[in-house]
Write a protein that binds this ligand. Structure first.
Ligand code: SAM
Length: 401
């Protein structure tokens, strides 16, 4: 989801240093407000696509784009071939409806779930169980019991988290409920290092005749007031690294573009991350031989890339993403040709893609030093909320206005 139709108002404009209790309280206030926004969207509009708007145009996303978007998440999770799924922030159950029929167990929670859905203790296999709970409230998992989860889905939800520390906290909270070979799918994350560019596009759209300086100024203001969380691969890597600290488990991570047929905001400015837990004693992926796109035969680079991958030689890095650079290849073309998990976004430059003959080559040990080098861009909306006046009833329509 891009700009959602409403923005929760300020939590506490003066909070700077927080005790753990204050932080929890602030997180609860923050998430309650998003839950309220979503509850009213879902109540007002029974349509499952309610509230999905394009960040750049502010217009409602078309059914065609939304079905590509949904299919992209469905394929991604289905390809993981897991059997026991916990979906956090499942919303109207769009994804659950697609995935639940082919797994043994599918549990879904969402703080905006309608009261009538609360704690439907249906033990039926393949039936989504909707629990009214925010991501950090995991007590209901004890009450549910049942087998451990081998897959957690957090799809298009993390942008409503207040800050990166909340994401780490949520992941730490759920690890006791995870099987040894579990995966955590973080779908549709917003790319922090492309935030300004995305806001510039929106500013240009709002005022096509403005000067470059004015557009830049407007983009900066839009970015600063954006109520959503934007992260970089490095942050997800660091969240993964903190996961193993508690119980000694080993994790690797990979970052994928969103391969959609249409060139749209959702395909350009989002990425998926998958955290993989390694069974005890299992070895982590080993780096493959790397060749740069620029070093391939200039006359037919796409053909050279094809030959290289077919020979199983390793991976090609720095492939220009044509959606963002206007030349090169698109994530959709590459995923069609080489597979869902064969294409990664560049760790240091999300406008470049990495393509590998083996999907394993695109998984990285969360403790690898590369994380220290990768982008530190981040946008944490908790600061936006603190800065805003706490004038009680101010809910702002139209996303980032
Ligand atoms: C854009 S919808 C995504 C729905 C679903 N995951 C999908 O992909 O179709 C975002 C959902 O996140 C939920 N949400 C917002 N903040 C949350 C939080 N802190 N914990 C869990 N869910 C949250 C909202 O209530 C909303 O239903």
């Amino acid at each position: 989801m891009t700009g959602k139709m409403g923005t929760p108002h300020s939590v506490d404009s003066d909070a700077i240093e927080r005790t753990p209790q204050q932080r929890q309280q602030e997180w609860t206030q923050f998430t309650d407000q998003w839950a309220q926004v979503y509850r009213s969207v879902y109540e007002d509009d029974q349509d499952v696509l309610a509230g999905w708007t394009d960040f750049v145009t502010g217009e409602r996303l078309s059914e065609d784009v939304m079905s590509q978007w949904l299919e992209c998440s469905r394929r991604r999770v289905a390809a993981l071939a897991k059997r026991s799924v916990l979906e956090i922030g499942g919303g109207t159950g769009m994804l659950a409806a697609k995935l639940a029929p082919s797994v043994d167990r599918y549990v879904m929670s969402d703080p905006a779930a309608a009261a009538s859905d609360v704690m439907m203790a249906r033990a039926t296999d393949s039936t989504p169980i909707t629990v009214r709970a925010a991501a950090h409230e995991t007590h209901y998992l004890d009450a549910l019991g049942g087998p451990l989860f081998d897959c957690v889905v957090i799809n298009s939800v993390a942008q409503y988290f207040p800050e990166c520390a909340y994401l780490s906290f949520v992941l730490a909270q759920i690890t006791p409920y995870l099987a040894d070979d579990a995966v955590i799918y973080l779908g549709d994350l917003r790319i922090a290092s492309l935030h300004h560019e995305q806001c510039r596009e929106r500013a240009r759209r709002l005022n096509p005749f403005a000067s470059i300086d004015d557009i830049d100024g407007a983009a900066t203001r839009l970015a600063q007031s954006d109520p959503e969380l934007l992260v970089s691969p490095g942050h997800i890597g660091r969240c993964g690294a903190s996961l193993g600290e508690e119980d000694g488990s080993q994790w690797s991570v990979a970052f994928y573009p969103r391969p959609m047929r249409s060139d749209c905001d959702l395909a350009r400015y989002r990425f998926d991350a998958v955290l993989y837990r390694a069974r005890p004693g299992a070895s982590l992926p080993v780096a493959a031989a790397v060749t740069r796109w620029e070093d391939l035969d200039r006359v037919d680079r796409a053909g050279a890339l094809h030959d290289y991958l077919r020979s199983g030689a390793g991976e090609i890095v720095s492939v220009p993403n044509s959606l963002l650079l206007g030349y090169g290849l698109s994530p959709f073309e590459l995923a069609q040709q080489y597979g869902e998990y064969a294409v990664s976004i560049g760790l240091d430059d999300p406008k470049r893609l990495w393509v590998a003959a083996s999907a394993d080559a695109l998984r990285f040990d969360v403790h690898a030093n590369d994380w220290l080098r990768s982008s530190h861009d981040i946008h944490e909306p908790i600061t936006v909320f603190r800065k805003r006046t706490s004038s009680a009833s101010s809910t702002h329509g139209g996303g980032l206005s």
